[in-house]
Write a new protein. Structure first.
Length: 94
């Protein structure tokens, strides 16, 4: 038996749509799209949202948990550092 997917979205559909149009980062856009589609009722399950966004149900669940605890700003904060850390250069045979 799967859990019921319930999420209370505080932003209006109009506000989410305007944020979607302004956002340039594709990863943030898909998170806004997730909220927008859930808010307007186009997709009401993690499975449906995952299919539309080509993401796993687990990822959709993580986004929902982040939104519940940290709100919209927390959801849009991408904690990605990227690449290798280039601190001090490596010296060969010194």
């Amino acid at each position: 038996m799967c859990r019921v997917f319930k999420l209370e979205i505080l932003e209006s559909p109009e506000a989410l749509e305007s944020l979607l149009k302004e956002e340039k980062d594709i990863r943030k856009r898909e998170r806004l799209q997730f909220l927008y589609w859930y808010k307007i009722g186009q997709a009401k399950t993690r499975e449906a949202l995952g299919t539309l966004l080509n993401r796993s149900q687990f990822a959709i669940g993580q986004w929902a948990d982040t939104y519940r605890t940290k709100g919209l700003q927390g959801l849009l904060h991408l904690n990605y550092r990227g690449g290798n850390y280039m601190g001090q250069p490596f010296e060969h045979g010194v």
